[in-house]
Every structure is written in C-alpha cells, then in structure tokens.
Ligand binder design. Structure first.
Ligand SMILES: [Zn+2]
Length: 239
C-alpha cells in the first residue's frame, strides 16, 4: 500500500507564521492540499516517470549522475541552485548539453516561508537569469527548497510562468544514516507510472558525501523506473 505520509518535506512546521501565508506549505505533506493549490506531485498524464535531482550542480555528484543516466539512456530534470551554478558553471552547462531538463530551485537554498515575497522575487529572478545565461535554457519548472511554498512565493512562481513541481517518491538521500540500499528501496518501492522521484546530486545542503550514496543507488532506481514500462521524461512534461 502506498504510504502518502512518506511524502513530506524534511523541514516543516513550528514556524509560527500567519496561517494564510503558510497555507501552501503542507502541499508535499497532504496530497489534497497540493491538488487544491494545483501543485503537481506527479506527472499528470500518468504514462511516464520523472527522475528529478535537486541542489546541484556539484563537481562530483552531477557528473556521477550524468554518467549513470547516459548509460541507461535516461533523461532527468535537474533543479539547480543559482549560487552553485555560479561556482560550477561548466557542470551546469554539461547537464543541458546532455539533453536533461534544466529547472529552478532558487539562488540561495533558503526556506521560502522565512522570506518576504520581494526577497523571494529577487532571489528567483536572479537564479533564473544566471541559469539561463549559463546553460542557454530558460527554466520552465520550479521547486522550492524543502518543498515548501509560501502563498506569495506560489503566486510569484505562476506569474513568472514557472510550473510548480513537488514529488511523489523520494529516497531521503540527504540523511546521514541513509545507505544506497535504503535510498534505492525508498525511491523505488511501489514506483508506478506518473511518479516524480526526488533525489539529490549534491551535498551542499545535506549530509556530507550524500551524492555518492545517491549515485550508488541510482542504477537500482533506474531499473525500477524502467520496470514500470513507461518512459522517463522531464518534469515539465507534466504541465
Ligand atoms: Zn534543495
């Protein structure tokens, strides 16, 4: 049986902010909230699986993921962090050159609920500009750090024409104690057409070296995705 309680952000709660401002925050906790706010957790056409990688580019983690994806002939979506694109522009360009989808994860990796809409706007516009200039691709999809939207941030995302995207399966690959087997099992268990799988190709905002465990888990996850019988597609194909 599918465990929807497993689909929750890893930092959420206890922020004490106004209820209206926080309303979109539990979208990745409660599928009905996501549905009401039209924030996709899954690919809408239910005839494909999307693998997504957050927090890069990373000088080791991204090439490791790219090599495994190329070996499997698979395409994925990379939600890039602007400050890391500034540090590793050639790695960001490599993702686009390999034909993967380039998506937006912000310039700084900060919780949206703790920022004003003006600050979020500056951050996202700056990130989109850096990413487009570096990769030659204007991002079409946006996922906030920790999967948490504020009301203002969600409205801004839509004004800019970026499709909001969360996830339906994850490997919890940021956890210090996670093994490659744990990551593969959590990301692949009950994987079905339409799922969006959250992984991380970087350890800038998670436990040190987590990218290596994600890379070790990736072959099993790719096998499980192929076993659904559906093609692997980019996240923007759900919109
Ligand atoms: Zn992130």
């Amino acid at each position: 049986m599918r465990d929807d309680a497993d689909v929750r952000p890893w930092i959420y709660g206890g922020l004490g902010l106004a209820a209206a401002w926080c309303a979109p925050a539990p979208a990745s906790v409660l599928p009905f909230v996501a549905q009401t706010l039209r924030i996709p957790l899954r690919i809408r056409n239910d005839s494909c699986v999307a693998l997504t990688f957050d927090d890069g580019p990373h000088p080791q983690g991204t090439p490791a993921a790219l090599e495994l994806l190329a070996g499997a002939g698979a395409k994925a979506t990379f939600f890039l962090v602007g400050e890391q694109v500034d540090r590793w522009p050639e790695v960001a360009a490599e993702i686009a050159a390999a034909g993967h989808e380039i998506a937006l994860h912000g310039y700084r990796h900060r919780l949206m609920l703790r920022r004003t809409t003006a600050a979020v706007e500056r951050d996202l516009d700056h990130a989109a500009e850096i990413i487009a200039a570096t990769t030659g691709v204007a991002p079409r999809c946006y996922r906030p750090p920790y999967g948490v939207f504020s009301a203002g941030g969600l409205a801004l995302t839509r004004r800019r024409g970026w499709a909001p995207m969360l996830w339906s399966r994850w490997g919890r690959d940021w956890e210090a104690q996670a093994t490659p087997a744990d990551i593969a099992r959590r990301a692949s268990a009950d994987l079905r057409p339409g799922d969006v799988v959250l992984l991380h190709d970087a350890d800038f905002y998670s436990s040190a070296g987590s990218w290596a465990k994600t890379a070790a888990a990736l072959p099993s996850i790719l096998d499980a995705a192929r076993a659904t019988g559906e093609p692997l597609v980019s996240a923007s194909q759900s919109t």
